[in-house]
Structures are given as structure tokens and as C-alpha cells.
Design a protein around this ligand. Structure first.
Ligand code: SF4
Length: 141
């Protein structure tokens, strides 16, 4: 099995502490966090992914919006640049401790966060990063 993630969720997974849009969204995200923490491979996809899934039937689903796709493009570019490899549709990566630490180091430094511009969760993510990612649910075992 692989966890299907759109590119900007490569950043969001770094600061996930159990908060989200709806109880169903959060419960699903927690299950995905467990899978990622156990090292399950990520496949980068374009458009809605496994994290988005519980939102897609709702009227307020924003997962197809152009602004979200723009966020994906910015995240893909930043992660590609950081890792020196493509981080686009179909790319597979393993979220091991080394990768998570590298992403978090750069997230905290602000060098891979252009995708976060105007995100409603920015304040929470800033706080989580500022506290050394304490309490995050995606953490290599
Ligand atoms: S600020 Fe928004 S886009 Fe950036 S990591 Fe947090 S939730 Fe994801």
C-alpha cells in the first residue's frame, strides 16, 4: 500500500497535531499519520488525495480549487529543490526519520514554505514548528 498525498500535504503532514476541518477529516488524517509513521511509502498525486477524501462529498470541499493546486505546485517545487529530485505526480518517497527531520528543519527555517502563503492554518503550523514540532502525529518509529 502507498499513502497518496498531494504535494502540499508533504508540508502539512509535518505539523499535524490532530486538528482539522471536521471530526471525520481528523479521524482519517490520524489513521494516515499512523501509516506514515510506520514508514509506509508516499505516492505524490495531483489533486485530491487520501487526506482530502472525507471532505470531497461536502459542499465546502475546497480540494479542487485553483488556489489549492497553486499550493501544490509551490510545495512540489520547494521539496524538489530541497531533495534534488522530482517531487511531482507519481514520485514515491519513504517518510523515514531522516527525510522527516530534513523537511522539518527546512520547514522551521521557512525555506520550503511558499506553499503556506495565505493558508488559514499558518498560525498553528508556525506555533508547532516554533515549539520544535512537539506533539506531531507523523513521527518515524
Ligand atoms: S500552513 Fe497550511 S499549507 Fe502550510 S503546512 Fe500548515 S496547513 Fe499545510
Amino acid at each position: 500500500m502507498t499513502v497518496r498525498l498531494r504535494a502540499h500535504h508533504l508540508l502539512c503532514m509535518l505539523t499535524f497535531v490532530g486538528e482539522g476541518y471536521t471530526p471525520a477529516f481528523t479521524a482519517n488524517y490520524i489513521r494516515i499519520a499512523e501509516r506514515l509513521s510506520s514508514g509506509e511509502e508516499i505516492e505524490i498525486v495531483s489533486g485530491p488525495d487520501d487526506i482530502c477524501a472525507p471532505l470531497l462529498s461536502g459542499r465546502s470541499a475546497h480540494c479542487h480549487n485553483a488556489s489549492v493546486c497553486t499550493r501544490d505546485a509551490a510545495a512540489a517545487e520547494a521539496v524538489s529543490c530541497l531533495l534534488g529530485m522530482p517531487a511531482g505526480d507519481g514520485t514515491r518517497i519513504v517518510p523515514d526519520g531522516k527525510l522527516l527531520a530534513r523537511l522539518r528543519r527546512n520547514f522551521a527555517a521557512g525555506t520550503i514554505r511558499r506553499a503556506c502563503t495565505d493558508c488559514e492554518w499558518s498560525e498553528l503550523c508556525d506555533t508547532v514548528a516554533g515549539h520544535g514540532f512537539k506533539g506531531v502525529l507523523v513521527a518515524a518509529r
